[in-house]
Write a protein of this length. Structure first.
Length: 529
DNA sequence: TCTTTCACTTA
DNA sequence: TTAAGTGAAAG
């Protein structure tokens, strides 16, 4: 849209491409030159790496961020507040995109709240099985995404490691960073094939610490003040008195909330410092069509968690990186419009994948490492600490030629990433819970990592979700599932994620048979536990 | 710390 | 009217 506007705007009064041509050239040549330029302009501004995403209610996010955002996680799943909403521009209006979110560990620490501040309490628990939340409108055209805010408000967080609903699983008292991924869908409304392009946007102000109950009163107050659903807790003498009476309390009408409010009002200085949340990064062209930019979100070396683990003002505030996949066969086909919980009004719009655990690669200065990527990708549940530097490419791949293995959808670089001094690489293994078939493919499986990935790539069907049953990936080369057979892309590689509208999924019986391809499809729910 | 229950709210 | 989302508080 923007590109079109630009393209259209240049011609009348702007510099025409024909301006540099000889006057003797024909009008036809002039037209052709203009056409080429216009195409170039359109291509440039609509290419995946130029897609712009602006965080909605950034000032609100910033208020929370400055107080160190906390997000409640519950067994049943809890929404995030503030909600993750973005305004997307510079998409090709006619191209189909898939928008999804994953939430990766921001570091390898466990936290505690002492003396009214967050402190490091030890080493992080092993990362939970990464899951992705695919926006329910996916796949949709750029015009659709740009038409209005893209809201991920129905995304839910849980601390239930065996969560059957497809919610994003987190560890309590750990710090996380949500990431937005914009994936260009292929002709099959899928992604993950060798030509799949995608970009990742990270808004550092959306980082948070997961908690089972709020720790910081300032956060509690911000939630109450800003979340409509918490209106019942907003401070007023009447309200607090009402609450105390209803609960049979004998304590003073000056409630905890009131005290909090009064305390907070005395030292609240949450005015935003950031300017408009815009994409200000400058993609660097990496080999094999990889693009990335950004800065580390935190300095993990610091001993001051308050000042460093929730980095404040930073410009650009938005980290993003973009990739185009050419050398791998990983392929995810999307069926995001099918509900995960088809009978649930809420669940009907929820779509989850899994993404890989990540902190070890997301924050620290591990060099870009093919082996590590594949291994982590393959160890969704194993939380394997993979050594970097042993890969064939190592750091050179960071700035030069990424390996084939790395250059694939499933190994999308994690948050945060560094452009020069080693690129921590985040697996981006697909897990999701829509009724679509997920078929992650490991193009170049190596050693045992592939078999681990089979365990990783849990998939949830709407049917299983309704039963409260998670589904464990099974694979089968002998699968007769129509979804499976129909989801192979033309390159011969099964897609990672395939939409098969109206097709009930058939459990695949022999997951191991897909070991070399890493293909995953809907599984038999009975195997989850 | 975590889970469950509660009263209240929004949509 | 009802389903679902809130933080508080008890356990």
């Amino acid at each position: 849209m923007l590109a079109r506007e630009r393209g259209g705007a240049v011609r009348p009064g702007g510099i025409s491409p024909t301006a540099v041509l000889s006057n003797s050239q024909s009008n036809r040549t002039d037209e052709m030159g203009w056409f080429v330029l216009r195409l170039t302009v359109i291509f440039f501004f609509q290419s995946i790496e130029n897609i712009k995403a602006v965080l909605h209610e950034r000032e609100l996010w910033k208020k929370f961020h400055e107080a160190n955002t906390e997000m409640i996680i519950t067994k049943a799943g809890r929404r995030m507040f503030p909600s993750y909403k973005v305004k997307v521009t510079r998409m090709n209006p006619k191209t189909k995109y898939i928008l999804l979110i994953d939430i990766v560990p921001a570091d390898d620490h466990r936290y505690k709240f002492c003396d009214n501040k967050w402190m490091i309490a030890g080493k992080a628990e092993p990362a939970m099985p990464g899951r992705l939340y695919v926006h329910p409108d996916s796949p949709a055209t750029g015009a659709h995404w740009m038409r209005q805010l893209v809201s991920f408000q129905k995304l839910k967080l849980t601390n239930n490691h065996l969560d059957p609903f497809g919610h994003i699983i987190l560890n309590s008292m750990h710090k996380y960073q949500p990431r937005l991924h914009i994936v260009k869908a292929d002709e099959n409304n899928a992604f993950g094939s060798k030509n799949t392009a995608y970009c990742t946007h990270v808004f550092h102000e959306t980082a948070f610490i997961s908690v089972t109950s709020y720790q910081n009163n300032k956060i509690t107050q911000l939630k109450i003040e800003n979340n409509p659903f918490a209106k019942g807790f907003r401070g007023s003498e009447e309200g607090d008195l009402r609450v105390s009476r209803l609960q049979g309390k004998e304590y003073s009408v000056i409630s905890k909330n009131m005290v909090r409010q009064r305390l907070l009002s005395s030292h609240s200085h949450l005015a935003g410092k950031f300017g408009a949340g815009v994409l200000t990064g400058h993609p660097q062209v990496l080999s094999s069509y990889q693009y990335e930019t950004g800065v580390p979100l935190s300095n993990s070396d610091s001993q001051d968690p308050m000042s460093n683990h929730f980095p404040q003002s930073r410009d650009p505030s938005l980290l993003y990186h973009c990739f185009k996949h050419r050398d791998n066969a990983r392929h995810l086909e999307l069926g995001c419009k099918r509900s995960y919980l088809e009978t649930s009004s809420a669940g009907s719009e929820e779509h989850y994948f899994r993404s890989g655990p990540s902190y070890e690669s997301s924050l620290l200065s591990h060099p870009y490492c093919t082996e590590a990527i594949t291994s982590r990708e393959a160890c969704m549940y194993g939380s394997v600490e993979t050594e970097c530097g042993s890969g064939p490419g190592d750091t050179d791949e960071l700035t030069n030629s990424p390996s084939i293995n790395c250059n694939m959808w499933a190994t999308m670089q994690p948050y945060p990433h560094y452009s020069v001094e080693g690129v921590p690489y985040q697996p981006f293994t697909a897990h999701f819970t829509s009724t679509a078939t997920i078929r992650p493919v490991v193009p170049h499986p190596t050693s045992s990592m592939v078999s681990r990935s089979q365990v990783d790539l849990g998939v949830y069907t709407s049917a299983s979700a309704q039963k409260g049953l998670p589904v464990i990936p099974q694979s089968s080369s002998s699968s007769s599932s129509p979804a499976v057979s129909g989801s192979r892309d033309r390159s011969g590689h099964p897609p990672l994620y395939h939409k098969k509208p109206g097709s009930p999924f058939q459990p695949l019986r022999d997951f191991s048979a897909y070991a070399t391809q890493g293909t995953i499809s809907i599984q038999d729910p009975s195997h989850q536990y």
